[in-house]
Write a protein that binds this ligand. Sequence first.
Ligand code: CA
Length: 225
Amino acid sequence: MARILVVEDEKRVAAAVRRGLEANGFAVDVALRGDDGLWMATENPYDVIVLDVMLPGMNGFRVCASLREAGNWTPILMLTAKSGELDEAEALDTGADDFLSKPFSYVVLVARLRALLRRGVRERPVVVEAAGLRLDPAARRVWRGDVEISLTAREFAVLEFLLRRRDEVVTKTEVLEAVWDYEFEGDPNNVEVYVKRLRQKIDAPFDTKTITTIRGAGYRVDSRS
Ligand code: CA
């Protein structure tokens, strides 16, 4: 029997969803707050999570992002507001697997949940947000605020590596090993060239300073720069 967590603060909706899902043979737990939902999802192995967006304690986007950051890839179906295109984009960005806009029919909800259960857990790289930048590894896109920045594949890979290791000093050798085929292109000058190009794209137009050169050691990106 599939075990489902429903995180929904409207008690009437939560109760109806529970009845509907139980009638379809699911075992259902309900959390009425976002923070409670996060805790339950962390403590118990669910097969799928139904997650409302607007919740007391912690909103659904934060719950979803927190689970993904912690390496929890339980399939999540997010309940978004009616005609909420932005909500839907954000739901997918934060690592939700599917979304359903309210009001929804239980037949559709059950069909979507069965599809997620069939598909199972699918690990995906998480969107990285630091130093005013937002980097989506799956879509290979990066933004500063609302402005999308166009990067080559190699520039993107260097930036992703630096952002994932943010607040640490990273050596040029580490960047080379992560981004280049070390044996064939093991020249640290390559890293300098790419860092310079990155600065021209992610910093110069915005009057920011994201990548700090640590003399004799390498580079560091500060989360809050
Ligand atoms: Ca709500």
